[in-house]
Design a protein around this ligand. Structure first.
Ligand SMILES: [Zn+2]
Length: 471
């Protein structure tokens, strides 16, 4: 070991080496293996490769452990920094980090040596950048033994690490959200983020691989849907999970899933006012579909999540299926007269109208006005409609309607067509003890689950159940 010519070491390497040697003098030292490439010697760049093994030293003999920084995998936006002595748990992790580093720093790095014992990374021909890592003797760990972080190269739009298989992983989050993203847009994204110019063929291959990854993961989750339902039932007895499938050409195809957690329905049916907001929102994943939700209000006037379902689309049939299951669930806890508030969704209005007199249906006035104002715009019209909606007594309501008639008879006639019990406080049933006129609980819920709407089905269902209820 003493044969080292220290004047060949760079100052950083020398400092690291000296500190290492001082520690080693107080210990029995690491295992020396004369046949192994990693034993102390100097490479052509003049740095020591003997940084390894103290992590394995024996504490009983009074050895002092030298702690080398261990690389921890983080998300894509994490800025990678290399240093001499840094440890990577295996060679694949190190290769992956180097590729990310090349893209992050917009440098055309290349693997000069690349095997399971050592990896050498260089930049373009005359650039002094040099990175070398070697394998530990005892385990699979890889450690950086030399790092010269200096570039004299020019910025170029070539990057040999921007391979389709690697880019595919980078495109996954983009394509999960917008599966129909154009090749041109993906190429532009690569140019903007990593300054690489990709051919149409390269982008196309990366896109195909990324879609396969997303679909593979998404498809896989449908296979576990029944086990997921079983687990929900086991962990919260009384939970209802209904999965509807159909058989298409001999293959069982997922159609719908309905989930109503026992704890949620029990607390809602016994303690909350019987007013339920209904809404549907699009799912942005590969297979699309819609999420139907039932949201109430708790004692603090906060949104309270009752049940949710994934269906193929908002139709009369799917709403009927959802509302029937929901009412059966709630009535199984406590039979009541239920009042719904909705945005007059397609299929929902006739579904609720066909129910017995124990079901009321209010229209969200904000949504109602949104459609109405296309025909009758203006602040005056808006004021007239809202005062009619907010009127608390029949006489007040009649007065406000007379005012509306003066302003625009056609608009007045339109509003007369809608039963008063569906849009004005004067006509609301007093049974729910709630004068809520807008479906804001559902809007708040849709906003809260926004980040889960493009996820594979189980992640999405989990996000929908955990986040808003805080269970
Ligand atoms: Zn360079």
């Amino acid at each position: 070991m003493q044969q080292i010519e220290r004047n060949q070491l760079s100052s950083d390497d020398l400092a690291a080496y000296t500190a290492d040697q001082i520690r080693k003098q107080t210990s029995t030292g690491p295992t020396f293996n004369p046949n192994h490439d990693n034993n102390l010697n100097l490479n052509k760049n003049g740095s020591s490769e003997d940084l390894e093994s103290p992590a394995e030293s024996d504490e009983e003999n009074g050895n002092v452990k030298r702690k080398f920084p261990k690389f921890k995998a983080r998300d894509d936006d994490f800025v990678i920094k290399f240093e001499v002595g840094q440890i990577f748990t295996n060679v694949d992790l190190f290769r992956n980090v180097v590729r990310n580093y090349a893209l992050q720093n917009k440098k055309d790095l290349v693997f000069d040596k690349n095997d399971t014992k050592r990896i050498v990374i260089k930049c373009t021909e005359k650039c002094p950048f040099y990175l070398r890592a070697s394998k530990y003797v005892q385990n699979n760990y890889f450690q950086i033994v030399t790092f010269k972080d200096e570039h004299t190269c020019y910025l170029s739009n070539r990057n040999r690490q921007a391979r389709p298989s690697f880019l595919a992983k980078k495109f996954v989050h983009l394509l999960r959200h917008t599966p129909h993203m154009k090749l041109k847009a993906l190429a532009e994204e690569a140019r903007h983020r990593w300054s690489v110019r990709l051919s149409r063929y390269q982008v196309s291959r990366a896109r195909v691989k990324a879609i396969a990854m997303i679909e593979g993961a998404t498809l896989e989750q449908y296979k576990h849907l029944r086990s997921y339902g079983e687990e929900l039932r086991r962990s919260d007895p009384g939970t209802i999970v209904k999965i509807k499938t159909m058989v298409d050409a001999g293959v069982v195809v997922f159609e719908r899933i309905y989930v109503c957690l026992a704890a949620c329905k029990r607390a809602f049916a016994t303690t909350c006012r019987p007013l339920i907001g209904l809404d549907g929102c699009f799912l942005k994943g590969v297979y699309g579909g819609q999420l139907l939700t039932a949201v109430g209000k708790d004692g603090n006037n906060q949104m309270y999540h009752i049940a949710y379902a994934v269906v193929e689309a908002e139709t009369k049939d799917s709403w009927e299926w959802f509302v029937d299951l929901l009412l059966a669930d709630l009535d199984s806890i406590q039979s009541k007269r239920w009042c719904f508030i909705s945005d007059q969704q397609k299929g929902l209005v006739p579904t609720l109208a066909a129910m017995d007199e124990n079901v009321d249906h209010r229209f969200c006035v904000k949504h109602l006005y949104g459609n109405w104002r296309k025909k009758y715009p203006g602040q005056e019209m808006k004021g007239a409609l809202w005062s009619a909606a907010r009127a608390n007594t029949m006489s007040h309501w009649e007065k406000t309607m007379d005012k509306l008639k003066e302003l625009n008879e056609e608009a007045w006639n339109d509003m007369k067509q809608i039963p008063i019990k569906q849009w004005s406080r004067a006509g609301y049933s007093t049974y729910p003890k709630c004068d809520l006129q807008v479906n804001n609980m559902c809007e708040a819920f849709n906003r809260a689950i926004l980040e889960y709407r493009d996820k594979p089905i189980i992640n999405m269902l989990e996000g929908s159940s955990i986040l808003p209820t805080g269970l």
